[in-house]
Ligand binder design. Sequence first.
Ligand code: TEU
Length: 575
Amino acid sequence: MTVQSPPRDWWKSAVVYQVYPRSFADANGDGMGDLRGIIGKLDYLQQLGVDVVWLSPIYRSPQDDNGYDIADYQDIDPMFGTLADLDDLIEGLHSRGMKLVMDLVVNHSSDEHPWFVESRSSTDNPKRDWYWWRPAREGFDPGEPGAEPTNWMGFFSTPAWQLDPLTNEYYLHLFSVKQPDLNWENPDVRQAVYAMMTWWLDRGVDGFRMDVINLISKVASLPDGEPFPGSQYGNGMPFVMNGPRVHEFLHEMHEAVFTGREGAFITVGETPGATLEDAILYTDAAREEVDMIFQFEHVGLDNAGGDKWHPIPLDLVALKANLGKWQDGLAERGWNSLYWNNHDQPRVVSRFGDDAPEFRERSAKMLGGLLHLHRGTPYVYQGEELGMTNMAFTSIDEMNDIEAKNYFRLATAVEGADPDEVFARMAPRNRDNARTPMQWDASDGAGFTTGTPWLRVNPNHTAINAAAQVDDPDSVFAFYRAIIALRHEHPIVAHGDFTMLLPDDPHVYAFTRSLDGETWLVLGNFSRQDETPALDAAWTGPDVTRMIGNYPDRAAGETITLRPWELLVLRRASS
Ligand code: TEU
């Protein structure tokens, strides 16, 4: 019997599940999630029906940015386990028909990586050019205000350059001071990354999620950015996002690492600041760069002025316009990822849904079903399938995330804002909302740990947990299982044409999918009130069948009035 190799684009019908290992399952009781904990939950993931598991970083790291600061790309941090444990996880996934994606963080390393330790040791070290080192700006002494080589602010509310006293030069770090940017202009850096990637693929890994991969090409002249009002610092993003050689580097990576492995891998680039035009270039299969990207436009719509720390209510019309644009824009070339949640975003049921007890489950199901019925590869973030919510943090001291702590310090100590006012608007956006321990059961440690969890367990785990849902046909878990099964059973979900409907309706999200003579209508009510959208009368005709919904079915022929947070998916022959 010839074993059918999967089609090259098998990932278009796949569903990816993101595990944040720190918070998923702790097997040894130290309060931190680990690989053996994940291995213990593989049957749960198989029951859910996901095809691929993406692990946030588990490599050796000082954990300054919770593992996105890597000190050894080819070893496992002891807090998570060993390479042998990872081999067992790979085997456990593969034996259940699932694949493993690792998080590739190569825009920057940890400052404790041997590469950086060598690079910083002297200005003539052979690895000096593996990172971005520059002397003080001409006319300034090192350490003098304004002496940084450029005026850029980083992503974590600090200047992007750090003076290193050892050689009295500055190094670039777009993220934390312990995350120095690698210099991708240097071919030795690129070849070292490609060799490391090949090592992981040869070990049985099935692909990579590439952290901020659109930042690896900088404008080499390092120009100053537009100054921020009242600040000596400015916006460097135009000179580091989607830079002049990024496509060249990604294609070179594709050729060096993936040639000969066609059909056997999946890649997704995380690309903050990428536009639809960029995405077409990144994901057009003919260009052999990446299979898909995580774009950030839809998760920026409720940020006043694009600033996540100034949240505003979601405008559904804007969301439909944005996601509809991405659906239309990648219809012919390229491919969409589909996500609401990840370890950097607040929980979607609290953000775009309604986490009040009477509406939480309905809105969680509606949001999940609506997203998964778009054209693209869906990503489920741990706990999303349970309807897990944000947590009510009590103070900045309870927050773990470096991004939040740095911002709080800048806004209060540097800019003089009122701490209570700053904390109040930060709390719903803080990344820790997504990082509270996975809620497995109603016990004190939520079944995540028998020890003291590294981050407080959400008190609502007594009501929201896997044990209460996996055998309940009406649970959010069961609903996610059903929408994942729809993708596997019906090609229209992965491949059907997408048409947005009712673009100006402020409460109802409506679209159709069409393929091979059938059309599906997807309706989502983003409100607590009944909504009666204006629909083609054919959708109440006799040949219409319901594919899935989060309410009991309505009588055939009845006018379609959507109940609060209702999802309804109908099917009929295309006219
Ligand atoms: O995040 C990239 C990024 O842009 C983040 O700053 C994110 O957009 C922001 O936190 C949203 O609030 C990646 C990783 O996902 C993140 O966890 C890391 O902190 C970051 O890169 C640095 O590696």
